[in-house]
Design a protein. Structure first.
Length: 172
């Protein structure tokens, strides 16, 4: 079974099956789920109105035929917050088994961001996204409820930091 973040986004609720969209004030703090889904001219967008500065932090999908904010058509982008918050997409294992993942962070907008991969709460990868880094999580046994997460955080003021993320998880 394959789980593709872009194909499954946005859902009608959060969490959306195995996917949860949210934010955290700093790396490693508990995830706070985005409670609100809105549709803008560029596409669907999950965010938290109680913690929103210039539309961020958020996670959204470009449903246009253009390249708004450096995000290609059909891609999901994570945008960190203006106060240093991380935007996060979490996959939660629906059944115990072995899972593999491929995660790519694209440079997107003009800001510089940090792409982080965490497996069940442990950071296994962290890199600046300007080089479009990819990380592969080798087949890993996970119990029900274990997580694989993509985190995007700012390196500057949090402006112009839309970061397209490709996240595909395979249950083996």
């Amino acid at each position: 079974m394959t789980f593709d973040m872009s194909a499954d986004f946005p859902g009608v609720a959060n969490p959306n099956g195995p996917w949860t969209y949210g934010w955290a004030p700093t790396l490693g703090l508990p995830l706070l789920s985005y409670p609100t889904l809105v549709t803008t001219a560029d596409g669907p967008n999950w965010h938290d109105p109680a913690n929103n500065n210039l539309g961020t932090p958020s996670v959204w999908k470009n449903t246009t035929d253009s390249l708004p904010y450096g995000v290609p058509p059909g891609f999901v982008a994570l945008h960190p917050g203006q106060a240093g918050e991380y935007s996060v997409v979490r996959f939660t294992a629906p059944v115990a088994g072995s899972y593999a993942a491929s995660i790519q962070f694209l440079s997107g907008d003009s800001g510089e961001t940090e792409g982080v991969v965490r497996v069940d709460g442990v950071t296994v990868f962290s890199q600046v996204t300007t080089a479009n880094p990819t990380h592969v999580v080798q087949p890993t046994p996970l119990p029900v409820g274990a997580t694989i997460e993509a985190w995007v955080g700012p390196f500057g003021d949090g402006g112009s930091d839309n970061t397209p993320v490709v996240l595909v998880i395979t249950a083996l």
